[in-house]
Design a protein around this ligand. Structure first.
Ligand code: KIV
Ligand code: ZN
Length: 511
């Protein structure tokens, strides 16, 4: 940290508020992997979930608490004993833990949702904070919908919860209603009107309903907030939360304005962004600030000319400072094992010898079809080959027969642990036919809810990465598959989805 600069704590809520985004649910293993990535990124506090809400959430918080030692691990709780007990239980194994208690304080919420008076709310909040404090030394309190709450009541409740033991007070703009000047003023007013505010850290938590979450958070920092709650890629409830990468890079790039620093190791940013996108199934728009594919690409001739002469003509950040690797050519089919492994290492991917060998064989197969292998291809290969879930089923081959006037037919060969199966099926297009053939072999029927494909790099021979959401009975899963052949990528994604829900074969598959 530079001398004279204040520290802003980064509180990441990707695994809690981020996961509340419709369709973004992640399983325990995926959450833990993201938590490790956030820890490497240098996040101060990881909000890992809302333990009372479901067994899945409880187990995920427990697992993050057990494994993450470099960040404080936090669990959310309403101002109810049962919620606080669940949070405290889930956090037991944490090296450092926080209980985050919330209760709405706006007239709208108190009257219509909670049906309680100001006095009742004040008492509930104080009791909840005291109870949480007796379970855990680090307690955060959030007056939900603070930005629409009556200011005098807000000051009273903040003073009372700090007296009761809250060490952080968070001021949520729950519905993304505030504007930057107004929200900055709110933080300044809190600083000036809550007598014991110096005993707590002021935190901010902004939603993006008007596209102002980052601007509001930064305005609050200018007014003295020293914790920002945010999510990777800005995912979250409705329009999402403030995007972490934007907050962190704005504080870093414009430290002349904000005079603040974070502990974030920024070269990790793109990697974490990609991981979150992969597990939530939410693709990052190409023009997204900091992490979008076009964020550091220059198209106009005048810009390219400027960049070649002096990068700072059109670049205010260095791509390497956010881990943007670009599409520099790195490897080809003549590249050997050492170059392959060294490049993976450079990308922060550490594999065991056996995994490296497996990934290298796949790399060679891809390099036979695709002349130029870019960093993005390498990441996709490793994720597709190594990080796929334990395989009950794997794809051996597929063949397709289609044409303008003939019904598409796809023949699939799948392998279980013990046997190989072959089935043909026709359908409404090749992907449908392919999925029907897989269903016929495995006798597990999936319903495709969502399908998207993106090109990992550019060019006609690019690797295509297919992301799908499939429902098997009552369980929905997101899965991915990558290949230079998009039908093969589609089949792999479907088999990966299937492997996430089936236990090693119990049913006898179709002959
Ligand atoms: O948006 C909100 O108010 C919240 C609270 C639980 C902090 O997410
Ligand atoms: Zn929120």
């Amino acid at each position: 940290m530079n001398q004279g600069q204040d520290r802003v704590f980064i509180f990441d809520t990707t695994l809690r508020d981020g996961e509340q985004a419709p369709g973004a649910s992640m399983n325990e293993r995926e959450k833990l992997e993201i938590a490790h990535a956030l820890e490497r990124l240098g996040v101060d506090i990881i909000e890992a979930g809302f333990p009372v809400i479901s067994k899945g959430d409880f187990d995920s918080v427990k697992s993050v608490a057990k494994h993450i030692k470099g960040s404080v691990v936090c669990g959310l709780a309403r101002s109810l004993k049962a919620d606080i007990d669940a949070a405290a239980d889930a956090l037991k194994a944490a090296a450092r833990s926080r209980i985050h208690v919330f209760l709405a304080t706006s007239k709208i919420h108190m009257q219509h949702k909670l049906k309680k008076s100001q006095e009742e709310i004040l008492q509930m909040a104080v009791e909840a904070v005291k109870y949480a404090r007796h379970k855990n030394a680090d307690v955060e309190f959030s007056p939900e919908d603070a930005s629409r709450s009556e200011k005098l009541f807000l000051y009273r409740i903040l003073e009372a919860v700090i007296d009761a033991g809250a060490t952080t007070v968070n001021i949520p703009d729950t519905v993304g209603y505030a504007t930057p000047a107004e929200y900055g003023q709110l933080i300044a007013d809190i600083k000036n009107n809550v007598p014991n505010i110096h005993k707590a850290i002021i935190s901010v938590h902004c939603h993006d309903d008007l596209g102002l979450a980052v601007a509001n958070s930064l305005s609050a920092v200018r007014s003295g907030a020293r914790q920002v709650e945010c999510t990777i890629n800005g995912i979250g409830e409705r329009a999402g939360n403030a995007s972490m990468e934007e907050i962190v890079m704005a504080l870093k790039t414009r430290s002349d304005i904000y005079g603040c620093m974070t502990n974030i190791h920024t070269p990790e940013i793109c990697r974490v962004s990609r991981l979150v996108s992969k597990y939530t199934g939410f693709t990052v728009p190409p023009n997204k600030a900091i992490v979008g594919n076009n964020a550091f690409r220059h198209e106009a001739g005048i810009h390219q000319d400027g960049i070649l002469k002096e990068r700072s003509t059109y670049e205010i950040m260095r791509p390497e400072d956010v881990g943007f690797t670009g599409t520099g050519l790195v490897l080809g089919k003549h590249s050997g094992r050492h170059a392959f492994r060294a490049r993976l290492k450079h990308l922060g991917i550490d594999l065991s010898d056996a995994q490296a060998q497996q990934a290298f064989e796949r790399f060679k197969r891809v390099a036979d079809k695709k002349k130029q292998i870019f960093d993005e291809d390498l990441v996709a290969i490793v994720e597709d080959e190594i990080k796929a879930v334990e395989k009950t089923w794997s794809l051996v081959s597929l063949a397709t027969r289609s044409g303008t006037n003939i019904k598409t037919e796809v023949t699939i060969v799948l392998k279980s642990k013990t046997k190989t199966y072959k089935k043909s099926s026709s359908g409404d297009g090749p992907v449908d036919a392919c999925y029907k053939a897989i269903d016929a072999i495995t006798r597990v029927k999936g319903k495709l809810l969502d399908y998207s494909i993106h090109s990992v790099t550019q060019g006609k021979d690019a690797l295509g990465e297919v992301t799908i959401k499939v429902k098997f009975k009552d369980k929905s899963v997101i899965a991915h598959g990558a290949s230079t052949d998009i039908l093969e990528a589609s089949a792999k994604a479907y088999v990966n989805a299937l492997n996430k829900v089936v236990a090693p074969t119990t049913k006898s598959p179709g002959k």
